[in-house]
Design a protein around this ligand. Structure first.
Ligand code: S5P
Length: 275
């Protein structure tokens, strides 16, 4: 009987995956002792670069919304890549693809952002069905990229529950070479398996909606603590945005301190889970 993934160390779990991005994420987490991903949702590229440079020592991953950058040009990508080499972390472009296979393949490879050329990881809504995975995999698999499906969301009134979540997991299970995990609030081990043998199955669970102070915002976001996500719900990576950069993207000292604090809280919750 294999140990369930959330009781294994991140380093051990890198052997559970064939996808090179999944392996690299888990090895980076183990090396840096961090299960923190910082979501840098700012609109100016200079702020984006300054915040990444400040928080990078504390993260395994940086999550971007590249389409909100107002002064984007492709030289930004070279600067982002320089930071990821300097500080040893991966990029997750939170694009939330949701269209037919042919369209998402074009959105992923082309346009001004050329996401597949630099983002190790991206995500998709399962709403169109398995064709969305086929479209994205046609671009991402040859590059060794990984995909997350949004199985659940952090927002009040989310429709991604019950049968929808189960079907998302079944879709992922049929494409394990490319789908390496979920955006979700809890573990998905065995969800929707209906008697099928899923022992040895491992998916990464990345959880947004994390805050140490606030319980939510005025637009439906809901926050839980790193401990609730990692220790109680078995999440692997906490995704933190405004809890770290707050309301002032220029307050770099405060942002650095907050990143250190969330990294410590996330790692302590993981060690507690392993124990
Ligand atoms: O269910 C979700 C899925 C995602 S990817 N809820 C989320 O909040 N997100 C993203 O996580 C959202 O797009 C944002 O970039 C980040 C949360 O930001 P925060 O400032 O609320 O921590």
């Amino acid at each position: 009987m294999l140990a369930p993934p959330h009781t294994q160390s991140y380093g051990e779990r890198s052997l559970n995956f064939t996808n090179p991005t999944a392996k690299l994420i888990l090895e980076t987490m183990e090396r840096k002792k961090s299960n923190l991903a910082v979501s840098v949702d700012v609109t100016d590229k200079h702020d984006l670069l300054a915040i990444i440079d400040a928080v990078a020592p504390y993260v395994c991953m940086i999550k971007t919304h590249i389409d909100i950058i107002e002064n984007f040009d492709f030289s930004l990508i070279e600067q982002l890549q320089h930071l990821s080499h300097k500080h040893d972390f991966l990029y997750f472009e939170d694009r939330k693809f949701a269209d037919i296979g042919n369209t998402v393949a074009l959105q992923y490879s082309g346009g001004v952002h050329k996401i597949a050329s630099w983002a190790h990881l991206t995500n998709a809504h399962p709403v169109p069905g398995p064709s969305i995975i086929m479209g994205l995999a046609s671009v991402g698999l040859p590059l060794g990229r990984g995909l997350l499906l949004l199985a659940e969301m952090s927002t009040k009134g989310s429709l991604a529950v019950g049968e929808y979540t189960e079907e998302a997991v079944r879709m992922a299970r049929r494409h394990r070479d490319f789908v390496i995990g979920f955006i979700a609030q809890t573990r998905m081990d065995g969800v929707g398996a209906a008697g099928d043998d899923v022992s040895g199955e491992d998916f990464l669970v990345l959880t947004p909606g994390i805050g140490l102070e606030s319980k939510g915002d005025s637009m439906g976001q809901q926050y839980r603590t790193p401990r609730e996500a990692v220790y109680e719900s078995g999440s692997d990576i906490i995704i933190v945005g405004r809890g770290i950069y707050g309301t002032d993207p220029k307050a770099i000292d405060t942002i650095t301190r907050q990143a250190e604090r969330y990294m410590a809280a996330g790692w302590a919750a993981y060690l507690e889970r392993l124990a």
